[in-house]
Design a protein around this ligand. Structure first.
Ligand SMILES: *[C@@H]1O[C@H](CO)[C@@H](O)[C@H](O)[C@H]1NC(C)=O
Length: 168
C-alpha cells in the first residue's frame, strides 16, 4: 500500500513537472539570499505575470524588451549583466540569450531589485508595491504613477489571488 502511494505521488510529480505546462516554478524565480523588504516569491511571480503573463516564449517585443520579465538591455547591464553558463557579457546578443532564459532573466530581476530597491510610491515603506514600479519604470523614475496601467492592475489581481491561495 505504501509502495503504491509513493509510486502514485512520483508519477504525479513527473506528469506535473514535465508535461510542458511549465519548465520553471514560481519558487525558482526568487533568489532568497537577497533580503530586501517585500521581495518574496509572490512578489516576483506577480511581476512576471504583469510583465508577460509569465510567458517563457514571449521572445522580444517593442524595440528589444525580452523574455518573460520583458527587460531591456540597459536594465540587464544595471543588474550586472548575468549570462548563461559559459557565455560572456561582452559577446554579441549575450543580453538576449540571458533575457530569454527563465533562470538567467530571474537572476537579472533579483539583482536589479536588490541593487535599486527604493520607496518608489513614497509611502515611507519599501515593499513589493515599490518593486513592481521599479521593475517597470526603472531606477531613475520609479515614482511616476502607474496605477491606471494594465501592467499594474494585472500585478494587483495576481497578488490578491496568491494571497487568497496561500491562506487556503
Ligand atoms: C506566449 O507568447 C507567444 C509569443 O507571443 C504566444 O505565441 C503564445 O501563445 C504565448 N503563450 C501563452 C501561454 O500565452
Amino acid at each position: 500500500m505504501e509502495y503504491r502511494t509513493s509510486h502514485f505521488v512520483f508519477l504525479f510529480v513527473i506528469i506535473f513537472c514535465c508535461s510542458g505546462f511549465s519548465k520553471f516554478s514560481y519558487a525558482q524565480l526568487l533568489d532568497p539570499r537577497q533580503s530586501v523588504p517585500g521581495w518574496t516569491e509572490n512578489c516576483i511571480s506577480c511581476i512576471c505575470e504583469a510583465s508577460s503573463g509569465c510567458n517563457e516564449t514571449v521572445g522580444c517585443i517593442e524595440g528589444n524588451y525580452c523574455g518573460m520579465f520583458l527587460i531591456g538591455e540597459e536594465y540587464w547591464r544595471d543588474a550586472d549583466s548575468p549570462v548563461l553558463d559559459g557565455d560572456d557579457p561582452s559577446r554579441p546578443r549575450a543580453f538576449e540569450r540571458c533575457a530569454l532564459d527563465p533562470f538567467c532573466t530571474s537572476k537579472a530581476v533579483n539583482r536589479y531589485i536588490q541593487k535599486f530597491a527604493q520607496d518608489c510610491n513614497r509611502d515611507r515603506f519599501v515593499n513589493c508595491d515599490d518593486h513592481v514600479r521599479l521593475h517597470y519604470l526603472g531606477r531613475t523614475q520609479c515614482s511616476i504613477r502607474i496605477n491606471h496601467l494594465p501592467y499594474y492592475q494585472t500585478f494587483q489581481n495576481c497578488m490578491r489571488q496568491l494571497t487568497i491561495e496561500s491562506r487556503g
